[in-house]
Design a protein around this ligand. Structure first.
Ligand code: CMC
Length: 418
């Protein structure tokens, strides 16, 4: 067994701690016996160096700009597989065969309907409430409607619950939007694929016609895939922490939704669009770039830079292509996208940004892409919630499955890292 020896400079005592070897990336020191051996606890501000559990789901190499789910490159998954295949991969460790996929998808189609009583919960909220407040309450309320699922004991029950959550959350997100607009709720359509059904629930009106193009479905599906996992970040860790107490899975997911709400996490793409609107015109871009570079001005270019990626965020690369395709096929032109394109052009060639490895991140593109999909800004973070529930993952994770393509073992919890 590989180990690391720590010496206590006070007592001179030397203690060996096991080294947990990762399949990819840095190895990790198991310090669970630290207090017993040396009488100390650890201080790790923001848990930047600490993994609370082992995981074989996601691997990130920030310097190379690489993101893998279960060993598969994110570009490959977002381009050649749909979101539900990716959910299957995250849950089971391998992509589904056509037969496995059919069974998985059919089951999810009939699980999309939440209990009818949940609509009364929406009625209690003011229509101007932030959708994240309404959504987290509605998801938490599902634990009252499905209290029989409190005690998940078997792997089969766990998988059943995961499918329920992935299937129902989009309906609740759409209901949140419909309530905020005063529109009638639209029931899920079991004949439509997951992402198409979500756009349908957002756009349709009873007895009316709804136009949804394939390029829009593909773009939204890619957004869900790209947000499905990102190691042990704040919201994922919140879900795990709450669930580890034996709380209801819906209550745990609700905690994760609240953690995701903040600007340092899921709320970032809203800030990107806020800033683009504030800039207001392409002619003003140079002045704002100058402010971003001024050491005496705390103005930062939203959507640039990343705590982990010191190279192009691989998710941003996929979304940029998607957004360009959407624009070209649907002929969308907007002032906001023009401003975003100009900022990108300048920043990618400017020494200030290049020397600091400040590349556009996922939020730089997802905001403008969602606007092009006619999704209102207040719904951006709820859309992130839909994608992230694809990695529904309780402390039971990994207990029964040994994926063929493992990535790594522990990864640190980075607060605010999306
Ligand atoms: N605009 C201008 N300058 C910047 C920016 C920016 N967006 N980001 C970093 N810098 C500068 C910073 O001023 C510093 O300069 P100097 O070395 O001269 O003092 C240098 O770059 C390093 O900054 P840092 O804060 O130490 O970098 P970090 O890696 O700790 O911060 C960050 C990462 C995301 C907090 C930061 O880049 C930022 O505030 N970006 C804008 C907000 C944003 O886009 N947030 C979304 C993050 S992506 C989340 C996700 O995964 O979805």
């Amino acid at each position: 067994m590989k180990s690391v020896t720590l010496t206590d400079n006070q007592s001179g005592k030397r203690v060996e701690f096991p080294l947990l070897e990762s399949v990819l990336g840095s190895h990790v020191i198991d310090i669970s016996s630290l207090n017993k051996e040396l009488g100390y606890f650890t201080y790790d501000n923001g848990l930047g160096m600490t993994a609370s559990c082992t995981s074989t789901i996601t691997y990130i190499d920030g310097d190379k700009g690489e993101l893998l789910y279960r060993g598969y490159e994110i570009e490959e998954l977002a381009t050649n597989h749909n979101y539900l295949e990716v959910c299957y991969l995250l849950l089971n460790g391998e992509l589904p065969t056509p037969q496995e996929y059919r069974v998985f998808e059919d089951d999810m189609r009939i699980k999309r309907y939440p209990n009818e009583g949940i609509k009364k919960i929406f009625e209690a909220f003011p229509d101007k409430a932030h959708p994240m407040a309404v959504l987290s309450s509605a998801v938490s309320a599902l634990s009252a409607f499905h209290f029989q699922h409190l005690d998940i004991k078997t792997h089969q029950e766990y998988m059943e619950m995961a499918r329920r959550i992935i299937a129902k959350i989009p309906t609740l997100v759409a209901y949140t939007y419909r309530h905020s607009m005063g529109y009638p709720y639209i029931y899920p359509d079991p004949n439509r694929y997951f992402s198409e059904n979500f756009l349908y629930m957002m756009r349709a009106f009873p007895n009316g016609k709804v136009k949804i193009s394939q390029v829009e479905i593909d773009a939204l599906d890619a957004i869900f895939t790209l947000h499905a996992d990102h190691e042990q970040n704040a919201s994922t860790s919140a879900v795990r922490l709450v669930c580890s107490t034996g709380a209801h899975p819906y209550a745990a997911i609700s905690a994760g939704i609240n953690a995701l709400w903040g600007r340092a996490h899921g709320g970032a793409n809203e800030s990107v669009v806020d800033q683009l609107e504030m800039i207001g015109d392409v002619s003003k871009v140079d002045a704002f770039i100058a402010r971003a570079k001024d050491p005496n001005d705390d103005f930062r270019l939203m959507g640039f830079g990343h705590r982990v990626y010191k190279n192009f965020d691989p998710r941003a690369r996929v979304l940029k292509k998607m957004r360009d395709k959407l624009q070209a096929e649907l002929g969308i032109s907007s002032k906001i996208i023009e401003i975003a394109n100009r900022i990108e052009e300048i920043a990618l060639n400017d020494d200030y940004f290049v020397s600091r490895n400040l590349y556009p991140n996922i939020d730089f593109y997802s905001g403008t892409l969602l606007l092009a999909l006619q999704i209102p800004r207040s719904m951006f973070t709820p859309i992130f919630v839909i994608g992230r529930t694809g990695r529904v993952d309780y402390p039971m994770d990994g207990a029964k499955t040994r994926p063929k393509r493992q990535n790594h073992t522990p990864t640190p919890t980075l607060c605010g890292q999306c």
